[in-house]
Design a protein around this ligand. Sequence first.
Ligand code: ADP
Ligand code: MG
Length: 620
Amino acid sequence: MENTQSYTFKAETKQLLNILIHSLYKDKEVFLRELLSNASDALNRLKFELLTNKDVVDVEKELAIHISVDKDKKLITISDNGIGMNRAEIVENLGTIAQSGARNFIELAKQQSSDFSQVIGQFGVGFYSVFMVADSVKVTSRSFSPADTAVQWTASGDETFEVADSNKQDRGTTIEISLKDEFSEFADEYRLREIVHKHSDFIGFPIFIGSDEKQVNKQTAMWRTNKKELTDEQYKDFYRQFTLDFDEPIHTFHNITDAPVQLYSLMFFPSKAERSMFSTRKDDGVKLYSRNILIDEYNKDLLPEYFRFVQGVVDSEDLPLNVSRETIQSSGLLPGLKKVLTGQVFKELENMAKNDSEKYLVFWKEFGLFLKQGIAMNAPEVDKITPLLRFHTSTQEETWTTLDEYIARQPEAAPDVAKHIYYIVGDDPRSIMFSPHLDHYKSQNIEVLLLTEPIDSFMLMGLTKYKEIELKNIAASDEVKTDEEKKEEKEKAETGENKGLIDVFKSVLGEKVADVRVSSTLSTSVARLVDEDGGMNPEMQRVYRYLGKDFDQPKKVLEINTTHPLVEGINALTGQAELQAKLIEQVLDSASILEGVTPDPAKMVQRIQELMSVILEKSK
Ligand code: ADP
Ligand code: MG
């Protein structure tokens, strides 16, 4: 061969080849997909060139891919008449440039135990997958540019490759694969046809195998293909290629609609809310095509923000062709599409919740947060979101319940209680059940929703009623007390036996509390903090705390349980004012902690140590 030159692969490429050659991955057949995908890229680039340039080799030829085999010689030949490569390009593209993709792929190979060769194409090193099955590979290419001459590239998967002149006359690239003995099965037209169907059915150019004149592939995009013609495996594969997520999506849905808009959508609820470090999706948003042409890789205008976890492809006939993102936004078509797509997502969620509650809970645990955000943001679809919410409650701690189920249980459990949806907000699902606010509700068998995620406080600002039933925070309210009871409580506090005790509490706590009262609802707890009537509601206070906002924590009312032995004990400590004061301060601090407000730790620790010494002193 004339003008032969030898090159050494870059270190990363060598390492990559080494992994691929010695790999035990079973899906070796994906090499074909990678080569066909390169051929398709090359054809697309030529198509683009032809828009402005007719001075091109073989300008009239049909754009296509041809595959042939020689069974005896164990050869596969793949030809495209795409853009082609000249000598400099082939050297650069197939071997010498620094390969960050190779490095990343090697990194993935180390971490991922499953068959990651399937996604090699996503790392920009798909070509090399051919060395999983090849002994040697010869690439011959003739660039589209009449000024260039043809070139040939050969390699055997070791450290070097060679480049030489070639006399190829027609445009494009031909790859000849000499298969290893153990992979001679691939030198078979039937087998190759099968692989094309499985992995490359949606390539946008016709693929022909052997002398058969009928093209093998479907050639329409997957999302435009009738659902009935698609297999689960194809959907999974699409998802894997699309996201580089090796776990299966929680849910896949594919819709083709004609009215009110012409729309194709193929969408997924991913396996995880968090994108992995390898994910090919670098941002939220769906991939938007207009009549098969990619317009926006990450479109955020087609679904409400709280559905931003949804992954997938949307393609519409109605969008004008070849328009920029900005034009699309101003075309006024997006709201219509958004409405349809949002409806599709809700429909899937509603059906899943109704027909496959187990799957829905998998979804809920991963993505419930997003639905709660939708409510917090005051989304117009709030009435559709609320029935999709799931809660733990004081009587259904382990299971998830809907608001409808809660409402249905309520009258049975507590027929006398005014109809409300009661909830308590806390920081931690374990300790919330010990909240003093629950005392009364537990004893009356009234179910209370347990809200322990930070987002819950935000959600509650947008969720004050459900089906005309008001939601009530049990920490804020005297809801369950009748006016009669409240009056009685007040009298009890101001007169008689408790007056003295209340006064002691008040004088010790002074400005730290808004008031001290005798509680009529506490049974097993010592005390609790509640808000003054008409003050800032507790959700808002939490929201401010979460946002790190500087705000004056409103003073609270301390309600004490005068029948609790600790309170009786404190009451009996006449003549020991100092000890009594410490205990009272500790009652307040403990109640604060239960509200999620941390008292001054230094002071509290010191006080507890002092109380400990008293105990030790007594037990000497
Ligand atoms: P990627 O396709 O992600 O760029 P590959 O390793 O599959 O990575 O291919 C490397 C490069 O080799 C391509 O970007 C392209 O420039 C060139 N190439 C591969 N196959 C062909 C082909 N059939 N025609 C033209 N160029 C090709
Ligand atoms: Mg490629």
